[in-house]
Design a protein around this ligand. Structure first.
Ligand code: GRF
Length: 202
């Protein structure tokens, strides 16, 4: 049966665009059922509409986190979503959302976790002076950027880099890594032992 993905975003949506392109190219055997944003003006929504994908805006002001997350979970369950992909969704998700979708939520983070969790990860890495950073696709649990790691890609930090040039190269790595990780998770061809996401031996 065709798997159904939901993408949650708050802004630009370049990772969503990369996922949508990979779906269209047949690299991800699934369809994008809905793109959800907490911000009505998120540019990623315009791209989704242009692709004919359903969009849903769920603003959060005035709603408790638990109520918001329950409403979000209900919307996705109503659309029979199999996998939730966070792509620049600028909200922490509480147990009200994480529990019903346990093991079925992915996030992409612009550093090699567990280094530099939280906001401005590229700037954190740049200012720390690491020589290698990158991106991480991980399962989402109830912590901050803390679930089991599916895939990482390394990006060297160059002497000539600025935060902006480094961020741009990390973003290119994200656009390759996220579709690969989604395809792996949708294939079901992995097991989780402790924190380790393992591929079966070929
Ligand atoms: C990316 O850097 C991603 O790693 C982080 O938020 C940013 C989203 O960018 N979680 P975009 O909206 O996908 O362009």
């Amino acid at each position: 049966m065709n798997k159904r993905i939901a993408v949650l975003l708050s802004g630009r949506g370049s990772n969503f665009a990369a996922i949508a392109a990979a779906v269209n190219a047949g690299l991800i055997p699934a369809s994008i059922a809905v793109v959800v944003s907490n911000r009505a003006g998120a540019p990623g929504l315009d791209h989704a509409r242009a692709l004919g994908i359903e969009t849903l805006v769920l603003p959060s002001p005035g709603i408790t986190r638990a109520d918001y997350d329950s409403a979000l979970a209900a919307e996705l369950q109503a659309r029979s979503v199999d996998l939730v992909c966070l792509a620049g969704f600028m909200r922490l998700l509480s147990p009200s959302f994480v529990r019903p979708f346990a093991g079925r939520i992915l996030n992409i983070h612009p550093s090699l976790l567990p280094a530099f969790p939280g906001l401005d990860a590229q700037k954190q890495a740049f200012e720390y002076g690491v020589r290698i950073t990158g991106c991480t696709v991980h399962f989402v649990d109830e912590g901050l950027d803390s679930g089991p790691i599916v895939l990482q890609a390394a990006v060297p930090v160059l002497d000539t880099d600025t935060v902006e040039s480094l961020s741009a190269r990390i973003l290119e790595a994200e656009h390759r890594a996220y579709p690969q990780a989604i395809a792996l998770v949708l294939s079901g061809n992995y097991s989780i032992e402790g924190r380790r996401v393992l591929r079966p031996k070929q």
